[in-house]
Design a protein around this ligand. Structure first.
Ligand code: FES
Ligand SMILES: [Fe+2]
Length: 452
């Protein structure tokens, strides 16, 4: 038994202090193997969006390590999940990817067929098994992981004893409900095959402490504090400005924000123009009106309620629907970002959401598959047709998203630095990196098979 698994099986979790996560949580074969065996088969995974499979027979596959799972619309109101494997000799039923198969699935090896409900509908020369009592139709049905939906996403879990998805997501599911993510549609979908461990990517996004040094091109985030919080298995961060930040103005000069409206406008403009997400065109129009209504020196006590009113007005003028329960309290509840354990990060705003998912590479612990979805509210019929864009490595993604490029710029250097004998572990900030520390505490519990 190695040191890592010994400490875990002995339950000595206290070794993780609130300001310390040891190096072996990232580097080495042990951690990758334990995650593969004890984490990934036991979590709820985001597999796809519901709207990716609008018609009966539409399917996509979800890949994680050796598993391929078919997500198929099996009836107008039913989405089903099956392990992508024929019950005869184990051929994958469909090639990984997207497809349409209205009549069910035909295995190309010996011609067995399975209906969209997973039942076996045809065995070539079935009579030849007549003397085999275990050869029943029930036993031939496709095997199923657990499946559920939340926020317009299809989630799957390979653990037959898994808690229901809703229970898994609490308490954050209640906070995310008012945003009605199921009504949002993709504005874009970027996938990066990233040459770093999945946790290196994930941890670059679940705190705001890095913003001052990393995101220094449009807003001065050194004036920002980003308290982090643990929410059950999950975690997240909020932000507050300790003083008016300097902003890069249209003329290229850096000057401090002159009011709350001015600050909100330029911060949002950065998200709209550089992150290309979280703030839609209608949101920017609302912010322009807000800035006019609240000139420097005016009473800003009603700034945020008015911002929500204007956002709603501008969105409805476009023909999109504002979620009824999304008032100011509901909007502020999740903070800037929620990290859903273990590999999903959600950044909701009034009119959009940015959504991250990191999956480990099946054979290389220092590589991962990083998906980024930007989702907006659209008027019916105005949703764009979205093609997933895949980049092999961060260099290939250059030029596609100026803001995220700043985050990408750290990741390979982090992965390299973590391997050094000159680094023994992360000194996590007890206020602004609780997320990193808490995530590893929860992960440790999973890897040691302790109850949560
Ligand atoms: S493996 Fe599928 S029919 Fe033989
Ligand atoms: Fe960042």
């Amino acid at each position: 038994m190695n040191e890592l698994s010994k400490t875990r099986t002995e339950g000595a979790r206290e070794e993780i202090r609130k300001d310390w996560v040891p190096k072996d949580r990232w580097i080495g074969e042990d951690i990758a193997r334990l995650e593969r065996e004890r984490l990934w088969p036991r979590i709820w995974h985001i597999a796809c969006r519901e709207e990716e499979i609008p018609h009966v027979g539409d399917y996509v596959t979800y890949e994680i390590f050796e598993e391929s799972i078919i997500i198929v619309r099996s009836a107008p109101e039913t989405i089903s999940a099956y392990y992508n494997v024929c019950q005869h000799r184990g051929r994958q039923l469909v090639n990984p990817g997207k497809g349409f198969s209205k009549g069910g699935f035909l295995c190309r090896f010996h011609g067995w067929k399975f209906d969209l409900d997973g039942s076996n509908s045809f065995v070539f020369h079935e009579e030849q098994w007549a003397d085999c009592p275990a050869f029943t139709k029930e036993s031939l049905a496709l095997k199923k992981p657990k499946i559920d939906t939340f926020g317009g996403w299809v989630w799957v879990n390979m653990d037959p004893d898994a808690v229901p998805l809703r229970e898994w997501l609490e308490p954050v599911a209640d906070w995310l409900d008012p945003f009605e993510f199921q009504d949002l549609r993709r504005a874009w979908h970027e996938t990066i095959i990233a040459p770093v461990n999945w946790k290196v990517v994930m941890e670059a996004f679940h705190e705001g402490y890095h913003s001052g040094a990393t995101h220094n091109s449009w807003v001065d985030y050194y004036t920002m504090l980003s308290p982090t919080h643990a929410y059950g298995k999950h975690c997240g961060f909020t932000t507050q400005f300790l003083e008016m930040p300097r902003m890069k103005r249209e003329d290229g000069k850096w000057t401090p924000a002159v009011s709350g409206a001015d600050m909100l406008y330029y911060q949002s403009k950065e998200l709209h123009d550089e992150l290309l997400a979280q703030v839609s065109d209608s949101g920017m129009r609302a912010l322009e009106r807000l800035r006019e209504e609240f000139p420097p020196g005016s009473d800003e006590s009603t700034l945020f309620p008015r911002f929500i009113e204007l956002s709603k007005e501008e969105m409805e003028a476009e023909g999109a629907r504002w979620p009824e329960k999304l008032d100011m309290e509901a909007m502020l509840k999740p903070g800037i970002s929620i990290h859903i354990f273990p590999n999903t990060i959600v950044l909701p705003t009034p009119d959009a959401v940015l959504w991250y998912r990191m999956r480990p590479h099946p054979t290389d612990a220092e590589s991962c598959i990083f998906d980024i979805w930007s989702l907006n509210r659209y008027a019916p019929g105005k949703e764009p047709l979205v093609e997933q864009h895949v980049s092999e490595g961060f260099a290939a993604a250059k030029g596609r998203n100026p803001f995220l490029e700043q985050d990408f710029g750290n990741m390979e250097a982090v992965q390299k630095g973590m391997r050094s004998r000159g680094w023994e572990g992360a000194r996590t900030n007890p206020l602004e990196e609780v997320t990193t520390n808490h995530f590893h505490r929860v992960l440790d519990q999973f890897l040691a098979m302790d109850p949560l």
